[in-house]
Each structure stands twice: as structure tokens, then as C-alpha cells.
Design a binder for this molecule. Structure first.
Ligand SMILES: [Zn+2]
Length: 293
């Protein structure tokens, strides 16, 4: 018996142990962005240790609940001049069975029953991919991502800071139509800080030769690397769980040594970041949710 779809392999990342990064003291309480907006921010969970900072990023918990239909009900049977069976699960969960012309309903049922586990797993995987989120309206209660968790938006009557995160995203009401711009600037700065901390830590440990780091507005790429040691990351990166940010940073850092995706490249990625496959799977499954559009 041949299945038309290979058994999918998917698992959510197991929680990572808290990572400690030590970076030189250089924290600012506010920063001027390219768009001229001043953002005041504080880093939750940042603890001062002497002249160094120790930052603990907690393990993340996915905040999406996955519905899992469990039925092995057949939606459609297509008989043809074939010798083998083929099972297909459609994105909406429907099960299509392709069967030989002579197959009886009992035989088909037996085939489906034998593959019940595969069908359930495939349905769960398809159902688990959350639909595209609706366009952002920047209205109270709307949720925004930061390090793999979603926080609701609140509007405040204060003048400054324009935006901060403290259990909720607190946006100054007078920002009005510039809300998206303010969020982009905030994410940009967070991604800059986090990638800087990670790169500093990896450079100290592995001696990568980094020239410059830029934060871009790329929509489809999480990170990229140029031949001259320049790394680019999209501002959306800090919406992802910390372990995912880490895996994207490691991917680009390893490109500084191995410019292609050869076996050598993946071996090096696996050595530095053993959780890479789980992070990649998370991003594949949820990456489309990490947007301000
Ligand atoms: Zn690559």
C-alpha cells in the first residue's frame, strides 16, 4: 500500500533552558529611531550584575490551541484502474481514498482503519497551521507578538513613552494613525538589541567575524548574510520565540564560515544550535502570524 503523502514530521519546540547572555553595560532607557520617534523601553527580566547584564529569557509556551479532529470518516472514494490504495487528507480535513476498481467497501474501510494514526496525525498537522491573521487595526484588545507570546494592546492617555510592553502593549493614544510606524520602530529596536546580545555571545564563544548588523523590513526573509560579513534580520524576528531568534542568528552566523547550505553547513548549525530543527518547524508553522500587516 502506498500513501500519497509521506508521514508528516512535526513537533513543537521543547522549552529551551534559560539562556544567559552577558553583554557590556550599554543599556539605554530610550532610543531615537530612524523615523525620529523616541521610544522608551525597559527590558523585562534584565538583571544587573556588577557592570554586566544577565538576561534570562524564559522558555516559551505556544499560545495557540490546536483543534484536532479524530475521525477516520471517508469523504470521497475514487476507484480507478490502479493496483494500490492512496490516501489523501485535504487541508480542510477531508479524507480522499483512491482505490482499485475491484475494492469493496469493507476492504477500503480496513485500509483506512490500518492508517488511522497517520490520518489523525495529518489532520492535526493541517489543522494546526493557523489561518492568516486578520489585518492589524491597532485597536484595544488586539494581540501583538513578542518573543513567542501574544500581548493585548491597551491605549493610554500619557504622552510618553509612545509604546512599551508591560504585560500588555501600552500605546499612547495621541499616536493615532502612526500606530503601525511606532510598532515597527519598537520591534526594530528590540530585534536590534536581542540579535546584538546573541551575536556578542556567539562571537565570544566561536569567534565569528561579523562586520555589521542591519535590521530590515523584509517580509519573507528572517535573516540574510552578505559576503562581506554583514548580517541582516527583519524587525519581525523578535516576535518569534527566543529559541527561534537564536536559530535564525546561528544560521546567518554559520554562513560567515560556510556560504552555502552544504552538509558541512548543517553540521555546524547542529553543533552550535542542537534545537535548530524544532525552531525551524515552529517558524514554518507559525511564521506567517508574525506580522504587522
Ligand atoms: Zn541560509
Amino acid at each position: 500500500m502506498r500513501l500519497s503523502i509521506p508521514t508528516p514530521v512535526f513537533s513543537l519546540p521543547s522549552p529551551v533552558s534559560p539562556l544567559t547572555i552577558i553583554v557590556p553595560e550599554r543599556r539605554r532607557s530610550k532610543s531615537a529611531t530612524q523615523s525620529g520617534i523616541t521610544i522608551h523601553y525597559h527590558r523585562p527580566r534584565a538583571k544587573r550584575v556588577g557592570s554586566l547584564f544577565t538576561i534570562h529569557y524564559p522558555p516559551f509556551t505556544p499560545s495557540i490551541i490546536f483543534p484536532m479532529p479524530l475521525s477516520t470518516e471517508i469523504s470521497q472514494i475514487i476507484r480507478s484502474k490502479r493496483k494500490t490504495y492512496s490516501l489523501e487528507v485535504k487541508p480542510d480535513g477531508q479524507l480522499i481514498v483512491r482505490a482499485p476498481e475491484s475494492a469493496t467497501r469493507a476492504e477500503i474501510n480496513a485500509v483506512v482503519k490500518a492508517k488511522a494514526a497517520w490520518i489523525e496525525k495529518t489532520r492535526a498537522r493541517l489543522a494546526a497551521k493557523p489561518a492568516m491573521p486578520p489585518p492589524k487595526t491597532f485597536t484595544p484588545g488586539e494581540k501583538f507578538w513578542y518573543l513567542g507570546k501574544q500581548y493585548p494592546l491597551r491605549l493610554t492617555d500619557r504622552r510618553y513613552p509612545l509604546l512599551d510592553l508591560d504585560g500588555s502593549f501600552n500605546l499612547a493614544r495621541h499616536v493615532g494613525g502612526r500606530a503601525r510606524e511606532v510598532f515597527v520602530a519598537w520591534y526594530r529596536e528590540e530585534t536590534r538589541q536581542i540579535t546584538h546580545d546573541l551575536i556578542t555571545s556567539y562571537v565570544a564563544r566561536y569567534g565569528f567575524n561579523v562586520n555589521a548588523v542591519s535590521i530590515t523590513s523584509a517580509r519573507t526573509r528572517w535573516g540574510s548574510c552578505s559576503g562581506k560579513g554583514n548580517l541582516n534580520f527583519t524587525y519581525r524576528l523578535c516576535m518569534a520565540p527566543f529559541s527561534v531568534v537564536e536559530s535564525v542568528v546561528v544560521h546567518e552566523l554559520v554562513h560567515l564560515m560556510v556560504p552555502n547550505h552544504s552538509q558541512k553547513f548543517w553540521a555546524e548549525v547542529a553543533r552550535i544550535n542542537p534545537g535548530y530543527p524544532q525552531s525551524r518547524a515552529w517558524l514554518k508553522q507559525n511564521g506567517h502570524l508574525l506580522t504587522l500587516d
